[in-house]
Design a protein around this ligand. Structure first.
Ligand SMILES: Cc1cc2nc3c(=O)[nH]c(=O)nc-3n(C[C@H](O)[C@H](O)[C@H](O)COP(=O)(O)OP(=O)(O)OC[C@H]3O[C@@H](n4cnc5c(N)ncnc54)[C@H](O)[C@@H]3O)c2cc1C
Length: 512
């Protein structure tokens, strides 16, 4: 009753400003593409991580670059915070907006603007789904190589913001290696062009700075990327191990052989069993403690075949119980489907899944994996590992039912211990999923105050008022503690039925 009263007070105090903002946004993008009702906004309250939830004040879905720029200019004039969002598959709470911010969803900007086969590049809008670009480039014998396991859903804009990786980034490099140029709408609506599709321009690497900036520097409205030839020869190997430690040691042995596989992925027993129980069953041996999926590729059949033989011998010499070489493209696809859909398959284990992301030096993998198993046992949690082993990029996944009292806290505590373990091993707190909201609390474990201040100073060059994706990535120092800049540790609020009852807009700015 009191709650309803509070909402109605807001309703009668605020309607003109909010209606004015909503109407102006609707003029820009069309009324269908402005979402204000609570059930619509709640759809955008999470990304791929179940532990953070924020309900945005307004959701706007522009349909073109010009509309994005007009929306950003309007919000700039109003001094309002906003958050860019792609497909919302992120795993660090990066694409969430608070009740006083506008969420700009970019999925309608889904056009591939150009495929220039001669110069091996493509220009895309940010909402293009990753895998669509490779499908479109395939008739030219080309592909967009970064292949996050979410590639059938995530957008290239989101990949740029997170500097996404994927199994084949071991040999070919993560997203930063493949982005040539960007058009970016800055916080105040000015548009800048970074890099050049035709080659490296003179000056600092601003493309490199933007890639991985997690939506903190502006909205990428156009992206030029490198395309690479589809490999003519491929060999895929599945090696299984009776101990996790041996599998970890085999990873280092493969890299030490001097051959860099296109991909080198690991799955532990819990993950194998989840996959084998699912529709993605790939024929992984259920009793194995771990499997390694290795892929060799290149332009020459004989060279790739020779490399595959060497790697097979290395795997056998380092404890592989058996090594299967995929007989044909169909078997290869099946082996990869199991790996790429492993997160989905883990949905069978429990209602909620926290996917963690950390990097450790490869040589420490065996010890770190054992410590993670010990932490899981101590907290009574199921932790499954599926990860990019070749570059030491771990993904310990904790399955749990968030409805069980006290379990979320245990999951958080176990996650923190896992992160501390990775840092102590000489690693870092993210390889590809970003800091977002989720990892803010770990930043001071890795960086001192001066380093964090330097990061925020860089941010201020792009966004002096910290209006783009506020409260993410770099914590601030207050009351002797580092915390999110605005609201990182705050719970969800403003869950009123319609935006008109909870959304504050500076009136004067609207009238300009
Ligand atoms: C099953 C599963 C598997 C995954 N596997 C991988 C993997 O192998 N490798 C990997 O790297 N990640 C992986 N991810 C994580 C996620 O898919 C990636 O981080 C991806 O890059 C996010 O893209 P998105 O379009 O969903 O972005 P969102 O989640 O919508 O946004 C992510 C961040 O990007 C910002 N952003 C989005 N678009 C723009 C833009 N145009 N301009 C500026 N900022 C923008 C947002 O503000 C946010 O901070 C996986 C996720 C899932 C659910």
């Amino acid at each position: 009753m009191r709650l309803a009263f509070a909402f109605s007070v807001y309703y009668y105090l605020m309607p003109r400003d909010v209606a004015s903002l909503v109407d102006t946004l609707a003029e820009i993008v069309g009324p269908r593409h402005v979402r204000t009702a609570l059930p619509e906004r709640v759809t955008y309250a999470k990304d791929g991580l179940p532990t953070h939830r924020r309900v945005p004040g307004v959701v706007v879905l522009p349909g073109s670059r010009d509309e994005v720029i007009a929306v950003v200019r309007l919000l700039g004039a109003l001094g309002m915070p906003f958050v860019p969002r792609g497909a919302g598959t992120g795993l660090s709470g990066g694409a969430l907006a608070d009740g006083d911010a506008v969420l700009i969803v970019l999925t309608r900007l889904n056009r591939i603007l150009k495929i220039d086969a001669r110069n091996r590049l493509a220009v895309v809008e940010p909402g293009v789904v990753n895998v669509r670009l490779s499908v479109a480039a395939a008739p030219h014998g080309l592909q967009y190589t970064p292949d996050p396991s979410s590639q059938t859903a995530c957008t290239i804009g989101g990949n740029v913001a997170e500097n996404a990786g994927g199994p084949h980034c071991l040999k070919y490099g993560v997203t930063a290696t493949h982005v040539l140029a960007l058009e970016v709408a800055l916080a105040d609506g000015r548009v800048v062009e970074l890099g050049s599709p035709g080659g490296e321009p003179w000056g600092p690497d601003l493309v490199g700075l933007f890639v991985g900036s997690e939506g903190n520097f502006g909205v990428a409205t156009r992206i030029a990327v490198r395309l690479l030839p589809v490999a003519r020869a491929v060999r895929t190997l599945l090696a299984d191990f009776t101990s996790l430690r041996t599998a970890g040691e085999a990873v280092s042995a493969v890299i030490a052989s001097g051959i860099v596989p296109a991909a080198l992925e690991m799955m532990d027993q819990s993950c194998i069993q989840a996959v084998e129980d699912s529709v993605y069953a790939a024929g992984y041996p259920r009793d194995a403690a771990a499997v390694l999926l290795a892929e060799l590729d290149g332009a020459h059949e004989a060279a790739v075949a020779a490399d595959a033989e060497t790697i097979e011998a290395v795997l056998r010499a380092h404890g592989a119980r058996s090594v299967l070489v995929a007989a044909d493209a169909q078997q290869r696809e099946k082996l990869w489907l199991g790996r790429k859909k492993a997160f989905g398959a883990m949905g069978r284990l429990s209602r909620d899944l926290v996917v963690q992301d950390a990097v450790v030096p490869r040589s420490t993998l065996p010890d770190v994996l054992e410590t993670i198993a010990r932490i899981a046992a101590e907290y009574g949690l199921t932790v499954s590992n599926v990860f990019h082993a070749g570059d030491g990029n771990l993904h310990p996944n904790i399955s749990f039912d968030g409805r069980t009292p006290g379990l979320r806290e245990r999951v958080e505590a176990a996650s923190a211990e896992i992160m501390a373990t990775c840092i102590a091993a000489g690693g870092t707190i993210t390889g590809e999923h970003g800091i977002g909201l989720d990892k803010l609390r770990y930043m001071p474990l890795l960086f001192d105050g001066d380093s964090l201040a330097a990061m925020r100073a860089v941010r201020h060059v792009w966004d002096p008022e910290e209006r783009v994706n506020p409260g993410k990535v770099v914590p601030v120092h207050a009351c002797r503690e580092w915390a999110g800049t605005r609201n990182a540790e705050r719970g969800t609020r403003n869950e009123s039925p319609d935006v008109r009852s909870d959304f504050r807009v500076p009136t004067s700015a609207l009238e300009t």
